[in-house]
Design a protein around this ligand. Structure first.
Ligand code: GBH
Length: 482
């Protein structure tokens, strides 16, 4: 078993891409300016009493809507190859529908991509990072199949208006958080709690929307624009508690199929993982449902969704241990349906986020699993990062990045995983969803007490700049003979 971290001193390949990421609601602010419509995160943050730590909101956030030129100047100084940001659907289509296109919103993203290109930075665009138009949520949001067409209409506008300058698209960020968090366990907007039903309905529609957007690009835009369309799926590495237990090994595989596989299996192989279909069918029957709580795709839909990716995105931060169990699990819905116990030992190195334990060897393992499970796909690490309290002397963040990137380098070199690039979360401290501004992930510090939202490079920004420059995470790098 690989459970040790050895710093890799091999240089990353010349064509390997380094970047940093943000998301619209987490950084832009200007929540009601220039014709923008209300999103589900605006609604959640304006709810009284607030469900957000310290009653924080993203109303102003990092004010990137007004400060994008300054942001791009910082990115240029950092030297990154690409910047991953997301587009707010409500800036482009304030009502959610394509009957009313907001030119001011489009201009913001046109200006941002232009500014990036002028500085030699490749835009990598997330088309949906959780800020659904509230008007669409009023109709059921991701639980109403209507949204499939609305999303594809929105995608068409993005491809035709921005496709000249954007060559990398991500249809979704972390579908699992959208669906389980948003419609299962109420941990993300719109904070709906319908475990066991809502998250599966959401995923079903989201997968069709993803496929619709990829097929639209493939049929109508690819020839002229020559870009690539993928999806960012989040998962941890799930390590069997004991390799002497076949049941634990199987349970860990089951958990991963419920996690990355929930979305990747339909997209790569067609249909939900068999273990999800089987477990949810049996449990639904035991619970007295007439049919499985997991919706079924028709044969036509299976074919329509299968193959709709040019690369796979991976957001990964941590690792959990998995035990097989016969006991009922206290979790609900999707998490309970997997019928495993997931936990993290207290003695594992922590961060400012309860779920984020520092386990660098998990990076190599999840990458090898993706290679083996999905026919050696091209992979982009769309997110990886560490939270603390915001100190400028963030040595622990540097250490996290150094060890995780080293483990990633091992996966490429020793296991032959095809990784095209790495994206650090996040470029700067920002609005961390229900945790508000209490958990900081940035390479740049942002002063949220100052109206100017001054950005200051942390020690980690200076360290990352050198990594990007040298393609190397330690001082004494050697060239790999791949
Ligand atoms: C990403 O989510 C998001 O894409 C990004 O917007 C966010 O800022 C960043 O990471 C940092 O959080 O039930 O307590 O175990 C990370 C996704 C969040 C998924 C925490 C697992 C576990 C919650 N992860 N979640 S818990």
């Amino acid at each position: 078993a690989i459970t040790e971290d050895v710093l890799n001193n091999r240089r990353f390949p010349d064509d390997f891409l380094f970047g940093v990421a943000t998301a619209s609601y987490q950084v832009e602010g200007a929540w009601n300016e220039d014709g923008k419509g209300e999103s589900i995160w605006d609604r959640v943050c304006h709810t009284v009493p607030s469900p957000i730590t310290n009653n924080d909101t993203g109303d102003i956030a990092c004010d990137s809507y007004h400060k994008y030129k300054e942001d791009v100047a910082l990115l240029a100084d950092l030297g990154v190859d690409f910047y991953r940001f997301s587009i707010a659907w409500t800036r482009i289509l304030p009502t959610g529908f394509n009957n009313n296109i907001n030119q001011a919103g489009l201009n913001y993203y046109k200006n941002l991509t232009k500014e990036l290109r002028a500085n030699g930075i490749e835009p990598v665009v997330t088309m949906y990072h959780w800020d659904l138009p509230q008007s669409l949520q009023d109709l059921g949001g991701w639980q109403n199949e209507l949204i499939v067409d609305s999303y594809v209409d929105y995608a068409r506008i993005l491809f035709s208006e921005l496709g000249d300058s954007v060559k990398y698209w991500l249809t979704f960020n972390e579908a699992k958080q959208v669906c389980d968090g948003g419609y299962g366990v109420a941990q993300k907007a719109p904070l709906i709690e319908s475990p066991g039903i809502g998250e599966y309905l959401c995923a079903h529609n989201l997968l069709k929307a993803h496929a619709g957007a990829w097929r639209l690009y493939d049929e109508e835009f690819r020839k002229d624009q020559e870009g690539k369309v993928g999806i960012a799926i989040d998962t941890s590495w799930y390590e069997p508690f004991s390799y002497n237990s076949t049941a634990d090994i199987e349970a860990a595989e089951t958990k991963q199929q419920f996690s990355y596989g929930w979305y990747a299996n339909p997209i790569v192989h067609g249909d939900y993982p068999w273990v999800m279909q089987a477990k949810i069918a049996v449990r639904s029957e035991q619970e007295g449902f007439g049919k499985s709580r997991l919706p079924e795709f028709t044969q036509e839909e299976i074919k329509y969704i299968k193959g709709t990716y040019d690369f796979l995105g991976l957001n990964t931060y941590s690792t959990s241990l998995i035990n097989a169990t016969d006991d009922p699990d206290p979790s609900k819905g999707w998490a309970q349906d997997a019928e495993v116990i997931e936990w993290q030992p207290d003695e594992w190195e922590g961060s400012s986020s309860s779920w984020l334990k520092v386990v660098p060897w998990g990076m190599r393992k999840i990458l090898r699993w993706l290679k083996e499970t999905y026919n050696n796909p091209r992979i982009l690490i769309t997110e990886n990062g560490y939270s603390d309290n915001g100190t400028l002397a963030d040595d622990k963040r540097i250490s996290y990045y150094q060890r995780y990137m080293s483990s990633l380098r091992d996966a490429m070199e020793l296991d032959g995983v095809d990784v095209m690039g790495y994206c650090a979360w996040s470029m700067m401290d920002n609005f961390e969803w229900l945790a508000g501004y209490s958990e900081k992930f940035g390479l740049y510090h942002v002063d949220f007490n100052s109206p100017n939202r001054e950005r200051t490079p942390k020690k980690s920004a200076i360290w990352y700049k050198r990594v990007v420059e040298t393609k190397c995470v330690v001082d004494d790098c050697v060239d790999a003979k791949l």
